[in-house]
Design a protein around this ligand. Structure first.
Ligand code: MG
Length: 204
C-alpha cells in the first residue's frame, strides 16, 4: 500500500470502440482528468466499494511512467521520456460520474487505482493487448493500436499543459466493453500483454 507517485493523468474516451459504444462524439482533443496517488493499490489488495456508491465499474488501461522531466515534448521524442509501463484499473463510481460535472469524486476514492509493478520500456509500444476479466470471464479486449490519440500524442499534448516529471503516470484510456459493473465478492483481473497483470477483489 501507500505507493507514492507523481501526477496521475488519465485520458478518457480514447479508444474508437469505446466512443462508439457510448454513442459519444469522437473527441477533437484528449479528454483529461486526474486521479490521486492515494487511490493506488497493489496486486491482491481489495477494491473497497464505498457505501454511498451504487455502481462501481472497472476500466483496463495501459499506464506509462515518465522517466525524464519535460515540457512541450515533441511527439517524435515522446518515447525518450517514458521509462516504464504498468497495468492499471481505472475504477470508477459510475453514479458519481453521472451526477457530478467534474469526475474527481467518481475517480478518486481510496483503492480506485490498482496498478501492477513497473516494467521498463525501451522504445515504442505498438501492439499491446489490453484486457479485463471479471470472475475469470473476459470483459474487455482491446489493443493500443485502436487508440484515438496514441501514446506520443498524449505525452506531447499533456506536456504542453503541465511539466511532466519522473514518476508521473499517464493512464491511456480503456477499450470497448468497459463500464461493466462489479460488486462485492467479484474478482477483477487486468492483463496487459508484455506488461503484467493485476488481480483484486471487490469488498465492502
Ligand atoms: Mg479510464
Amino acid at each position: 500500500m501507500a505507493v507514492r507517485a507523481g501526477k496521475i493523468i488519465c485520458s478518457g474516451l480514447n479508444y474508437r470502440d469505446t466512443v462508439l459504444e457510448d454513442g459519444a462524439k469522437f473527441p477533437e482533443k484528449p479528454l483529461l482528468f486526474l486521479k490521486p496517488d492515494t487511490a493506488i493499490i497493489g496486486d491482491g489488495e481489495a477494491i473497497v466499494k464505498p457505501e454511498e456508491v451504487k455502481i462501481l465499474t472497472i476500466e483496463a488501461e495501459l499506464a506509462v511512467v515518465i522517466g525524464k522531466k519535460g515540457k512541450n515534448i515533441p511527439r517524435e521524442k515522446a518515447w525518450d521520456y517514458i521509462r516504464g509501463c504498468r497495468a492499471a484499473n481505472d475504477v470508477t463510481a459510475k453514479d458519481a460520474q453521472k451526477e457530478d460535472i467534474q469526475w474527481t469524486r467518481a475517480k478518486s476514492y481510496d483503492t480506485f487505482l490498482p496498478l501492477s509493478p513497473e516494467v521498463p520500456v525501451n522504445g515504442p509500444l505498438e501492439d499491446v493487448e489490453v484486457c479485463s476479466y471479471i470472475n475469470g470471464k473476459l470483459a474487455q479486449k482491446g489493443n493500443i493500436r485502436d487508440m484515438i490519440f496514441d501514446i506520443p500524442y498524449l505525452v506531447s499534448y499533456i506536456s504542453g499543459i503541465m511539466t511532466l516529471e519522473p514518476g508521473d503516470i499517464i493512464l491511456t484510456g480503456t477499450p470497448g466493453g468497459y463500464g461493466k459493473e462489479v460488486r462485492p465478492g467479484d474478482e477483477v483481473r487486468i492483463e496487459i500483454s508484455g506488461v503484467g497483470r493485476i488481480t483484486n477483489e471487490v469488498t465492502i
